[in-house]
Design a protein around this ligand. Structure first.
Ligand SMILES: [Zn+2]
Length: 261
């Protein structure tokens, strides 16, 4: 399971409505991904706050009025008998909470999906842990190139070669989400493991946070825990290079990708 998948099933995970296998896979992902673990914790805190609010005494006028005042919909007092006002206020408060709840989920679901670099870093960690089986193991760039030509649903270019000190070890085609696949190339620069995640350029629409930041002209550098990332649009691909190597080394690999053919 990757970051995109884990975050997309957050509700099922928290509400225990998902199947046990799914629950296990999310738990496994969280144990190895600090970014998602922090994201899940933040989601959980927000929901706990709303649950506590919902569970509070319904007739606690002061509490509801605080909620309504915060939402900017405090009714004018004294226009109805008190008992009716309490019922009306309570119903209104419930609606306000529902709107806040839905609105908050809406923003958390759509405002903060992982970046392509986070997904790449996650894949890299999983590969290092032995959780990403390679479809194709080879130390030949040309053989890896042929593997992608035969299997990838979009164009994946030739991996970096020994002229930039890269030794390829293998490749796979990974599922990022149900309808999004990525080419995954692994190898080493000297002794340091490095991986390269390659997506179809059209997949940029699935990464709204990257849309404005990724370009053909500049390397987008980032880090994820102890891993460094460099990303760029290369022709018809989005490419992310991940590893503990220096940003300069990652840049060199990124520039070598696709430069052969
Ligand atoms: Zn993650």
């Amino acid at each position: 399971m990757n970051c995109s998948e884990a975050r997309s099933v957050w509700m099922l995970y928290v509400d225990s409505e998902g199947d046990p296998a799914l629950h296990l896979r999310v738990t496994e992902h969280l144990s190895g991904c600090t970014a998602c673990a922090a994201w899940f914790a933040a989601q959980g805190e927000m929901e706990d706050g709303i649950r506590a609010c919902m569970a509070a005494e319904a007739s606690d006028d002061a509490m509801w009025n605080r909620v309504l005042a915060k939402a900017g919909v405090l009714p004018q007092p004294g226009f109805r008998p008190l008992s009716l006002l309490v019922i009306g206020t309570t119903a209104l408060a419930a609606v306000v909470l529902l709107v806040l709840f839905v609105g908050w989920h809406w923003t958390s679901w759509f405002a903060e999906p992982p970046t392509v670099a986070q997904d790449a870093a996650d894949m890299h960690r999983r590969w290092l842990r032995g959780d990403v089986p390679l479809d194709f193991a080879s130390t030949s760039e040309l053989a890896v190139d042929r593997y992608f030509k035969a299997n990838a649903p979009f164009k994946v270019h030739c991996p970096p070669r020994s002229n930039v000190k890269f030794t390829v070890q293998g490749a796979a085609i990974l599922r990022i989400t149900d309808d999004l696949k990525a080419g995954f190339i692994v190898g080493r620069v000297d002794a340091t493991p490095v991986s390269i995640l390659v997506l179809d350029r059209a997949a940029l629409s699935a990464f709204p946070r990257d849309k404005a930041r990724l370009s053909e002209d500049a390397h987008l550098h980032g880090h994820d825990g102890d891993l460094k990332t460099a990303a760029k649009i290369v022709g018809d691909n989005i490419v992310v290079v991940v590893g503990r190597s220096s940003p300069k080394t990652l840049e060199t690999l990124l520039d070598a990708y696709g430069s052969y053919h």
